[in-house]
Design a protein around this ligand. Structure first.
Ligand SMILES: [Zn+2]
Ligand SMILES: [Zn+2]
Length: 161
């Protein structure tokens, strides 16, 4: 599972728009080290250090977690021919064979939008989408970026005025 280029760029922009780009790890290596320190802190019952907070990574894990909850473990695997075929109907990029959590959200939204009465037609699904609803990928990015911003303010990393 990996975010596609378009969604990654939109996540970055949402972080930039909220004045948090200075909190993003400068390299992949640094991002990994921060996560390791956060996991260690949790394991020892400590609070993670505020300086290890990375809003972009936090959004990344949040969306991966949500996609797993909704779609299941299959999204950890490489896409197969059938997945490509289904996704092509919704204009989802191939993304080197990786599922993109936000593309999955977008596809879920479009399935409902294009279905009868805003429903996907799957048994047991009560979700109804209206024509002017905000696409789920957009809603995830904006909602999560707002939550990250609030957190960054709470732990004193970003000032508001
Ligand atoms: Zn995507
Ligand atoms: Zn549904």
């Amino acid at each position: 599972m990996k975010h596609c280029d378009e969604h990654w760029a939109r996540m970055r922009k949402a972080v930039d728009d909220r004045g948090m780009s200075h909190l993003v790890a400068g390299s992949g290596q640094e991002a990994v080290e921060r996560v390791q320190r956060e996991i260690e802190a949790h394991a020892e019952g400590d609070k993670p250090s505020p300086t290890d907070f990375d809003p972009l990574m936090a959004m990344n894990w949040n969306f991966c977690g949500r996609a797993m909850q909704t779609a299941g473990i299959v999204v950890m695997q490489e896409k197969d021919a059938y997945a490509y075929e289904v996704e092509a109907q919704y204009g989802i990029p191939r993304n080197d064979g990786h599922y993109c959590p936000l593309c999955l959200a977008k596809m879920g939204f479009l399935k409902h939008l294009r279905g009868d009465g805003g429903k996907c037609g799957e048994p047991g699904c009560e979700v109804v989408v209206k024509q002017d609803d905000r696409p789920w990928d957009e809603a995830w990015i904006e909602g999560c970026a707002d939550a990250m911003h609030k957190h960054a303010v709470d732990i004193g990393l970003v000032r508001t005025n």
